[in-house]
Design a protein around this ligand. Structure first.
Ligand SMILES: Cc1ncc(COP(=O)(O)O)c(C=O)c1O
Length: 405
């Protein structure tokens, strides 16, 4: 007792900050709150009975393998099936690529960053952007450069200017992190011309791209056309990260990274040190879930369920927030990003929670300190349909009370 442990902590652990979303979930615990905060899947799409049956069969019939240690890059059969699955979804994974199964795509991001990023290396990413990526790159002491976004996601003209400036200043250009489809937190999707421009920039300035893609498999309207950056890549510059969290269940903790073999081989080496391999049992279960068409069924349920919820939230915003705020109109994913004129949404959060509604203050997703105070991320994925309008109404009342007249 009485020991000051600070001197024992690594600079990385001292740099890490608790996720706002997790802190917020603590705040709402035990209260009757309509929460637009966490980006959780709706458990109604979890195929519980099928997974129970598969788990029993896998353990009974293939238990010797499924309960055993397995190779670091993943169970061979599963990786083959996953490769076919990705190609069937328009993600080109070719002979020159390698694929490593990871413990969620969060681990894939962590392993890739550990394999690639040295303190001071320049990393470009969207602002606002994915919170866990910001925290990770900051903890690794990367030179993190925010790139503005508009309704079409990352502004690649602005990116090019930032890359040019960094090059002029002699900084070590390393990679671009991007979440191009149904972005978290913006809800935006990059059109193909921007994706191609991004690849041109990577080629011209010798950068790698991390394409983080949890949401592209269930865009809400089949007429929405986009091509995965990995598929457009002719040079081997893209590391493609994916996950079963949104297209099966997050509890299996399964994701993957696919990309040029030499880079993925390094990632595999890092993984060996971090956790030897991802859950063998989870991999056998997901293998069967793909083979039996369960993943495709979850995807089609996800499309219609989340489309319905998005529509309900957009309608509620139209009714209650017109003239008060502006917002994005996502083609997929879990999130709508709200901009409110003249209101500090971080300060407002406590009042909103008192009233019975929660969200994530948007400044959490900004790299630049102090930016984005008038923004909020609203998630429609988990909240019950019949609570969406009530929650938006409460939020709009809280905002209207606060706004200067
Ligand atoms: C953009 C993005 N990347 C990665 C993840 C991590 O997902 P998981 O580790 O469950 O695969 C998420 C989860 O919400 C996300 O939104």
């Amino acid at each position: 007792m009485g020991i000051d442990y600070t001197r024992f902590f690594s600079s990385i652990s001292l740099e890490l900050r608790a996720s706002d979303v997790r802190e917020l979930l603590k705040l709402t615990e035990g209260k009757k709150i309509i929460s637009f905060a966490g980006g959780l899947p709706d458990p109604r799409i979890f195929p519980k009975n099928e997974l129970a049956e598969i788990a029993r069969q896998v353990v009974e019939e293939r238990g010797e393998q499924a309960l055993q240690y397995s190779p670091t890059p993943g169970v061979g059969e599963f990786r083959e099936e996953l490769g076919r699955f990705l190609n069937s979804k328009g993600v080109k994974v070719g002979d020159e690529d390698a694929l490593v199964v990871t413990t969620g795509s969060q681990e894939a991001l962590y392993l890739a960053a550990l394999a690639l990023v040295e303190p001071g290396d320049t990393v470009f990413m969207e602002e606002p952007g994915y919170l866990a990526a910001i925290n990770l790159f900051k903890a690794l002491k990367a030179d993190l450069v925010p790139v503005p976004v508009d309704d079409d996601g990352m502004d690649t003209d602005a990116l090019e200017e930032k890359v040019k400036a960094a090059k002029r200043e002699g900084r070590r250009l390393k990679l671009v992190y991007v979440n191009p489809t149904s972005n978290n937190p913006n809800g935006t999707t990059m059109p193909d011309d921007r994706r191609k421009h991004l690849l041109e920039i990577a080629s011209k300035y010798d950068l790698l791209i991390i394409e983080d893609d949890p949401y592209s498999y269930f865009t809400f309207d089949d007429s929405i056309k986009f091509t995965h950056i990995k598929t457009l890549d002719g040079e081997g510059r893209v590391l493609y990260l994916g996950t079963f969290s949104k297209i099966l269940v997050p509890g299996l903790r399964l994701g993957w990274v696919a990309g040029p073999e030499p880079v993925v081989a390094k990632i595999e080496l890092v993984k060996q040190v971090v956790d030897l391999h991802s859950s063998t049992l989870s991999q056998y279960i997901a293998l069967e879930a793909i083979r039996r068409g369960i993943v495709d069924r979850v995807i089609s349920m996800a499309k219609s369920l989340y489309r319905r919820k998005r529509d309900l939230m957009l309608e509620a915003l139209e009714i209650h927030m017109k003239g008060v705020a502006s917002w994005t109109k996502p083609v997929g994913g879990f999130f709508i990003f709200l901009k409110v004129k003249g209101v500090d949404m971080r300060r407002l959060l406590f009042k909103a929670v008192e009233r019975g509604v929660a969200y994530v203050p948007g400044d959490a997703f900004y790299i630049t300190p102090g930016r984005g105070r008038n923004t909020a991320r609203l998630s429609y994925s988990f909240v019950r349909e019949d609570e969406i309008e009530e929650g938006i109404k409460m939020l709009s009342e809280t905002i209207k009370e606060e706004r200067p007249h």
